[in-house]
Design a protein around this ligand. Structure first.
Ligand code: WQD
Length: 338
Protein backbone atom coordinates (compact mmCIF):
# COMPACT_ATOMS: atom_id res chain seq x y z
CA UNK A 1 0.00 0.00 0.00
CA UNK A 2 1.31 3.44 -1.03
CA UNK A 3 1.81 5.96 1.73
CA UNK A 4 3.02 9.54 1.36
CA UNK A 5 5.22 11.00 4.09
CA UNK A 6 5.59 14.76 3.68
CA UNK A 7 8.75 16.06 5.32
CA UNK A 8 9.90 12.47 4.85
CA UNK A 9 13.62 13.32 5.03
CA UNK A 10 13.23 15.32 8.23
CA UNK A 11 13.97 14.22 11.78
CA UNK A 12 10.69 12.51 12.69
CA UNK A 13 9.72 11.93 9.06
CA UNK A 14 12.80 9.84 8.22
CA UNK A 15 12.39 7.68 11.32
CA UNK A 16 8.75 7.12 10.36
CA UNK A 17 9.71 6.16 6.78
CA UNK A 18 12.01 3.49 8.29
CA UNK A 19 9.21 2.05 10.44
CA UNK A 20 6.74 2.13 7.53
CA UNK A 21 9.17 0.28 5.28
CA UNK A 22 9.86 -2.20 8.08
CA UNK A 23 6.11 -2.94 7.99
CA UNK A 24 6.13 -3.47 4.23
CA UNK A 25 4.53 -0.21 3.13
CA UNK A 26 5.56 1.41 -0.17
CA UNK A 27 6.59 4.93 0.79
CA UNK A 28 6.84 8.16 -1.18
CA UNK A 29 8.86 10.73 0.77
CA UNK A 30 8.09 14.31 -0.21
CA UNK A 31 10.58 16.93 0.96
CA UNK A 32 11.78 20.33 -0.30
CA UNK A 33 15.12 19.85 1.52
CA UNK A 34 14.73 23.23 3.24
CA UNK A 35 15.46 21.62 6.62
CA UNK A 36 16.86 18.21 5.69
CA UNK A 37 19.44 16.65 3.39
CA UNK A 38 19.24 14.18 0.52
CA UNK A 39 21.83 11.92 2.26
CA UNK A 40 19.04 10.88 4.64
CA UNK A 41 17.83 8.61 1.80
CA UNK A 42 21.09 6.63 2.12
CA UNK A 43 20.59 6.36 5.87
CA UNK A 44 17.09 4.95 5.34
CA UNK A 45 18.49 2.51 2.77
CA UNK A 46 21.30 1.39 5.08
CA UNK A 47 18.74 0.57 7.78
CA UNK A 48 15.96 -1.03 5.72
CA UNK A 49 17.67 -2.11 2.48
CA UNK A 50 15.15 0.03 0.61
CA UNK A 51 14.94 3.65 -0.48
CA UNK A 52 11.55 5.34 -0.51
CA UNK A 53 10.48 7.03 -3.74
CA UNK A 54 11.66 10.62 -3.28
CA UNK A 55 9.83 13.67 -4.64
CA UNK A 56 11.47 17.07 -4.20
CA UNK A 57 8.28 19.14 -3.98
CA UNK A 58 7.59 22.37 -2.14
CA UNK A 59 4.05 21.91 -0.83
CA UNK A 60 3.55 25.69 -0.88
CA UNK A 61 3.32 25.38 -4.68
CA UNK A 62 -0.30 24.43 -5.25
CA UNK A 63 0.22 23.30 -8.86
CA UNK A 64 3.05 20.96 -7.83
CA UNK A 65 0.85 19.40 -5.16
CA UNK A 66 -1.99 18.93 -7.65
CA UNK A 67 0.33 17.42 -10.28
CA UNK A 68 1.78 14.97 -7.75
CA UNK A 69 -1.56 13.66 -6.52
CA UNK A 70 -2.92 13.45 -10.06
CA UNK A 71 -0.07 11.06 -10.87
CA UNK A 72 -0.59 9.07 -7.65
CA UNK A 73 -4.28 8.27 -7.33
CA UNK A 74 -3.45 4.96 -5.59
CA UNK A 75 -2.26 6.62 -2.39
CA UNK A 76 -4.12 5.29 0.68
CA UNK A 77 -2.59 7.47 3.36
CA UNK A 78 -0.63 10.63 4.06
CA UNK A 79 1.48 11.35 7.12
CA UNK A 80 2.04 15.09 7.16
CA UNK A 81 5.24 16.25 8.88
CA UNK A 82 6.27 18.99 6.44
CA UNK A 83 6.23 22.25 8.43
CA UNK A 84 8.54 24.85 9.93
CA UNK A 85 8.97 24.14 13.63
CA UNK A 86 11.25 26.64 15.38
CA UNK A 87 9.24 28.54 17.99
CA UNK A 88 11.61 31.53 18.12
CA UNK A 89 11.89 31.82 14.33
CA UNK A 90 8.09 31.79 14.07
CA UNK A 91 7.90 34.91 16.23
CA UNK A 92 10.42 36.69 13.98
CA UNK A 93 8.88 35.49 10.72
CA UNK A 94 5.19 34.63 11.22
CA UNK A 95 4.21 34.78 7.54
CA UNK A 96 6.78 32.10 6.67
CA UNK A 97 5.06 29.89 9.25
CA UNK A 98 1.50 30.62 8.15
CA UNK A 99 2.40 30.05 4.51
CA UNK A 100 4.44 26.88 5.07
CA UNK A 101 2.38 25.31 7.85
CA UNK A 102 -1.13 26.30 6.73
CA UNK A 103 -1.14 26.73 2.92
CA UNK A 104 0.70 23.45 2.41
CA UNK A 105 -1.74 21.64 4.69
CA UNK A 106 -4.71 23.08 2.78
CA UNK A 107 -3.28 22.07 -0.62
CA UNK A 108 -2.62 18.50 0.56
CA UNK A 109 -6.10 18.16 2.07
CA UNK A 110 -7.70 19.52 -1.12
CA UNK A 111 -6.05 16.69 -3.07
CA UNK A 112 -7.05 14.08 -0.48
CA UNK A 113 -10.71 14.97 -1.00
CA UNK A 114 -10.32 13.74 -4.61
CA UNK A 115 -8.96 10.30 -3.68
CA UNK A 116 -11.23 7.25 -3.29
CA UNK A 117 -9.80 6.62 0.18
CA UNK A 118 -7.97 9.13 2.34
CA UNK A 119 -6.33 8.51 5.71
CA UNK A 120 -4.48 11.44 7.20
CA UNK A 121 -2.05 11.56 10.11
CA UNK A 122 -1.21 15.08 11.30
CA UNK A 123 1.95 16.06 13.14
CA UNK A 124 0.68 18.20 15.99
CA UNK A 125 2.32 19.27 19.22
CA UNK A 126 1.82 19.58 22.96
CA UNK A 127 2.41 23.27 22.30
CA UNK A 128 -1.34 23.56 21.68
CA UNK A 129 -1.90 23.12 25.43
CA UNK A 130 0.25 26.12 26.34
CA UNK A 131 0.78 25.96 30.11
CA UNK A 132 -1.78 23.30 30.99
CA UNK A 133 -3.31 23.61 34.45
CA UNK A 134 -3.06 19.94 35.37
CA UNK A 135 -0.18 17.44 34.96
CA UNK A 136 0.03 14.95 33.35
CA UNK A 137 -1.76 16.49 30.37
CA UNK A 138 -4.74 14.63 28.89
CA UNK A 139 -6.12 15.09 25.36
CA UNK A 140 -9.16 16.91 26.69
CA UNK A 141 -7.06 19.56 28.44
CA UNK A 142 -8.12 22.98 27.21
CA UNK A 143 -6.36 24.48 24.24
CA UNK A 144 -4.73 27.72 25.39
CA UNK A 145 -4.23 30.76 23.14
CA UNK A 146 -1.00 30.07 21.27
CA UNK A 147 2.10 31.89 22.54
CA UNK A 148 3.89 31.63 19.19
CA UNK A 149 2.88 31.61 15.53
CA UNK A 150 4.36 28.09 15.37
CA UNK A 151 2.00 26.89 18.09
CA UNK A 152 -0.86 28.78 16.44
CA UNK A 153 -0.27 26.96 13.13
CA UNK A 154 -0.66 23.65 14.95
CA UNK A 155 -3.91 24.80 16.55
CA UNK A 156 -5.25 26.16 13.26
CA UNK A 157 -4.14 22.98 11.49
CA UNK A 158 -6.16 20.85 13.89
CA UNK A 159 -9.22 23.07 13.41
CA UNK A 160 -8.92 22.88 9.60
CA UNK A 161 -8.75 19.08 9.78
CA UNK A 162 -11.83 18.93 12.01
CA UNK A 163 -13.82 21.21 9.69
CA UNK A 164 -12.79 19.23 6.60
CA UNK A 165 -13.67 15.91 8.26
CA UNK A 166 -17.28 17.07 8.67
CA UNK A 167 -17.86 17.36 4.92
CA UNK A 168 -15.42 14.89 3.34
CA UNK A 169 -14.52 11.21 3.56
CA UNK A 170 -11.08 11.99 5.01
CA UNK A 171 -10.34 10.14 8.28
CA UNK A 172 -7.67 11.76 10.44
CA UNK A 173 -5.61 11.21 13.55
CA UNK A 174 -3.91 14.15 15.26
CA UNK A 175 -0.73 13.17 17.09
CA UNK A 176 0.38 15.71 19.71
CA UNK A 177 4.10 15.14 20.30
CA UNK A 178 5.83 16.15 23.46
CA UNK A 179 9.59 16.53 23.05
CA UNK A 180 11.07 14.24 20.40
CA UNK A 181 14.77 13.39 20.99
CA UNK A 182 17.34 10.75 20.11
CA UNK A 183 18.27 8.90 16.94
CA UNK A 184 17.93 5.47 15.33
CA UNK A 185 20.07 2.87 17.13
CA UNK A 186 22.18 2.38 13.99
CA UNK A 187 23.12 6.10 14.00
CA UNK A 188 22.29 6.06 10.28
CA UNK A 189 19.68 8.79 10.75
CA UNK A 190 19.07 11.37 13.48
CA UNK A 191 18.47 15.04 14.17
CA UNK A 192 20.30 17.48 11.86
CA UNK A 193 19.62 20.97 13.18
CA UNK A 194 20.80 23.71 10.84
CA UNK A 195 22.90 26.37 12.58
CA UNK A 196 22.66 26.91 16.34
CA UNK A 197 20.27 24.28 17.76
CA UNK A 198 17.12 25.77 19.29
CA UNK A 199 16.23 22.57 21.11
CA UNK A 200 17.85 21.35 24.31
CA UNK A 201 19.16 17.92 23.38
CA UNK A 202 20.98 18.74 20.13
CA UNK A 203 22.55 21.73 21.90
CA UNK A 204 23.70 19.39 24.69
CA UNK A 205 25.21 16.84 22.30
CA UNK A 206 26.97 19.55 20.28
CA UNK A 207 28.34 20.99 23.53
CA UNK A 208 29.45 17.48 24.47
CA UNK A 209 31.40 17.37 21.21
CA UNK A 210 32.98 20.75 21.91
CA UNK A 211 31.12 22.42 19.04
CA UNK A 212 29.46 24.77 21.57
CA UNK A 213 31.32 26.31 24.50
CA UNK A 214 28.60 25.68 27.07
CA UNK A 215 24.87 25.15 27.40
CA UNK A 216 22.79 28.11 28.55
CA UNK A 217 20.07 26.89 30.90
CA UNK A 218 17.13 29.22 30.40
CA UNK A 219 16.20 29.93 33.99
CA UNK A 220 16.35 28.03 37.26
CA UNK A 221 13.79 30.11 39.15
CA UNK A 222 10.70 28.24 38.00
CA UNK A 223 8.27 26.70 40.53
CA UNK A 224 9.71 23.18 40.01
CA UNK A 225 11.78 20.96 42.33
CA UNK A 226 15.14 22.13 40.95
CA UNK A 227 13.90 25.42 39.45
CA UNK A 228 14.31 24.39 35.79
CA UNK A 229 11.52 23.62 33.30
CA UNK A 230 10.06 20.14 33.02
CA UNK A 231 9.35 18.40 29.69
CA UNK A 232 8.45 14.91 28.43
CA UNK A 233 11.34 13.70 26.28
CA UNK A 234 10.26 10.88 23.98
CA UNK A 235 12.53 8.79 21.75
CA UNK A 236 11.95 9.57 18.08
CA UNK A 237 11.72 5.84 17.19
CA UNK A 238 8.94 5.35 19.75
CA UNK A 239 7.23 8.33 18.16
CA UNK A 240 7.70 6.92 14.65
CA UNK A 241 6.19 3.58 15.66
CA UNK A 242 3.11 5.36 16.98
CA UNK A 243 2.57 6.89 13.52
CA UNK A 244 2.53 3.48 11.85
CA UNK A 245 0.08 2.17 14.46
CA UNK A 246 -2.17 5.20 13.98
CA UNK A 247 -2.11 4.79 10.19
CA UNK A 248 -2.93 1.08 10.45
CA UNK A 249 -5.85 1.97 12.73
CA UNK A 250 -7.31 4.14 9.97
CA UNK A 251 -6.55 1.65 7.19
CA UNK A 252 -8.38 -1.04 9.18
CA UNK A 253 -11.22 1.45 9.82
CA UNK A 254 -10.90 0.94 13.58
CA UNK A 255 -11.18 4.65 14.31
CA UNK A 256 -14.23 5.55 16.43
CA UNK A 257 -14.45 9.13 15.11
CA UNK A 258 -13.43 10.83 11.89
CA UNK A 259 -10.84 12.82 13.85
CA UNK A 260 -9.06 11.22 16.81
CA UNK A 261 -6.41 12.88 18.96
CA UNK A 262 -3.56 11.27 20.92
CA UNK A 263 -0.79 12.62 23.14
CA UNK A 264 2.55 10.99 22.40
CA UNK A 265 4.93 11.17 25.32
CA UNK A 266 6.55 8.91 27.89
CA UNK A 267 4.29 10.13 30.70
CA UNK A 268 7.36 11.15 32.69
CA UNK A 269 8.55 14.72 33.18
CA UNK A 270 12.28 15.54 33.33
CA UNK A 271 13.81 18.90 34.26
CA UNK A 272 16.59 20.53 32.26
CA UNK A 273 19.07 19.76 35.05
CA UNK A 274 17.92 16.13 35.12
CA UNK A 275 18.55 15.91 31.36
CA UNK A 276 22.02 17.40 31.85
CA UNK A 277 22.86 14.90 34.61
CA UNK A 278 21.49 12.00 32.55
CA UNK A 279 23.64 13.10 29.62
CA UNK A 280 26.73 13.31 31.85
CA UNK A 281 26.00 9.75 32.99
CA UNK A 282 25.61 8.30 29.48
CA UNK A 283 28.51 10.28 27.99
CA UNK A 284 30.84 9.86 30.96
CA UNK A 285 31.79 13.53 30.75
CA UNK A 286 30.83 16.75 32.54
CA UNK A 287 28.65 19.12 30.54
CA UNK A 288 29.64 22.81 30.83
CA UNK A 289 26.58 24.97 31.41
CA UNK A 290 25.53 28.27 32.93
CA UNK A 291 22.20 29.51 34.21
CA UNK A 292 20.88 32.47 32.23
CA UNK A 293 17.58 34.34 32.05
CA UNK A 294 14.33 32.58 31.22
CA UNK A 295 13.43 32.14 27.52
CA UNK A 296 10.34 34.02 26.37
CA UNK A 297 7.40 31.68 25.77
CA UNK A 298 8.65 28.68 27.74
CA UNK A 299 6.01 26.88 29.78
CA UNK A 300 6.99 25.70 33.27
CA UNK A 301 6.11 22.07 32.75
CA UNK A 302 4.51 19.77 30.19
CA UNK A 303 4.35 16.01 30.32
CA UNK A 304 1.79 13.62 28.86
CA UNK A 305 -0.96 11.49 30.27
CA UNK A 306 -0.44 8.53 27.93
CA UNK A 307 -3.45 6.41 28.99
CA UNK A 308 -5.41 7.05 25.79
CA UNK A 309 -2.56 6.12 23.43
CA UNK A 310 -1.69 3.11 25.62
CA UNK A 311 -5.27 1.82 25.79
CA UNK A 312 -6.65 2.68 22.36
CA UNK A 313 -3.57 2.52 20.14
CA UNK A 314 -1.94 -0.21 22.21
CA UNK A 315 1.23 1.88 22.02
CA UNK A 316 3.67 2.80 24.78
CA UNK A 317 7.03 4.58 24.63
CA UNK A 318 9.79 2.10 25.43
CA UNK A 319 13.01 4.11 25.67
CA UNK A 320 14.10 5.76 28.90
CA UNK A 321 15.56 9.26 28.99
CA UNK A 322 19.07 7.83 29.33
CA UNK A 323 18.60 5.45 26.38
CA UNK A 324 17.27 8.31 24.26
CA UNK A 325 20.19 10.56 25.22
CA UNK A 326 22.66 7.75 24.55
CA UNK A 327 21.26 7.36 21.02
CA UNK A 328 21.47 11.14 20.45
CA UNK A 329 25.06 11.12 21.70
CA UNK A 330 26.04 8.16 19.49
CA UNK A 331 24.54 9.98 16.48
CA UNK A 332 26.34 13.26 17.28
CA UNK A 333 29.67 11.46 17.63
CA UNK A 334 29.15 9.67 14.33
CA UNK A 335 28.24 12.73 12.25
CA UNK A 336 31.11 14.76 13.69
CA UNK A 337 33.62 11.98 12.95
CA UNK A 338 32.94 12.08 9.19
C1 WQD B 1 13.21 22.23 26.27
C2 WQD B 1 13.62 22.84 27.59
C3 WQD B 1 14.04 25.21 27.50
C4 WQD B 1 17.51 24.98 24.85
C5 WQD B 1 9.75 23.02 21.38
C6 WQD B 1 8.45 23.23 20.69
C7 WQD B 1 7.76 21.91 20.52
C8 WQD B 1 8.67 21.00 19.78
C9 WQD B 1 9.96 20.80 20.57
C10 WQD B 1 8.58 20.88 17.40
C11 WQD B 1 12.97 24.20 27.84
C12 WQD B 1 15.31 24.45 27.82
C13 WQD B 1 16.42 24.64 25.63
C14 WQD B 1 18.66 25.54 25.47
C15 WQD B 1 17.58 25.40 27.60
N1 WQD B 1 8.96 21.54 18.51
N2 WQD B 1 16.46 24.84 26.97
N3 WQD B 1 18.65 25.72 26.83
O1 WQD B 1 10.57 24.49 23.86
O2 WQD B 1 9.90 22.37 25.11
O3 WQD B 1 9.49 22.54 22.66
O4 WQD B 1 10.55 22.10 20.70
O5 WQD B 1 7.97 19.86 17.30
O6 WQD B 1 6.57 22.10 19.81
O7 WQD B 1 7.64 24.05 21.49
O8 WQD B 1 11.79 22.29 23.49
O9 WQD B 1 14.16 21.65 23.47
O10 WQD B 1 13.54 24.06 22.94
O11 WQD B 1 13.36 23.24 25.27
O12 WQD B 1 17.59 25.57 28.83
O13 WQD B 1 19.70 25.87 24.80
O14 WQD B 1 15.03 23.10 27.54
O15 WQD B 1 13.94 26.37 28.31
O16 WQD B 1 12.71 24.29 29.23
P1 WQD B 1 10.42 23.02 23.88
P2 WQD B 1 13.28 22.83 23.72
Amino acid sequence: MKIVVTGGLGFIGSHTVVELQNQGFEVIAIDNLSNSSIEVLDGIYNITGKKPIFENIDLREKQSVQDFFKKNQDIVGVIHFAASKAVGESVENPLLYYENNINALVYVLQELTKLPEANFIFSSSCTVYGQAEKMPITEDASIQPAISPYGNTKQIGEEIIRDVAKVTTINSILLRYFNPIGAHSTAEIGELPIGIPQNLVPFITQTGMGLRKELSVYGNDYPTPDGTCIRDYIHVVDLAKAHVIALQRLLKKENLEKVETFNLGTGTGSSVLEVIHAFEKVSGQKLPYKIVARREGDVVEAYANTDKANKILGWKAESTLEESLASAWKWEQKIRKN
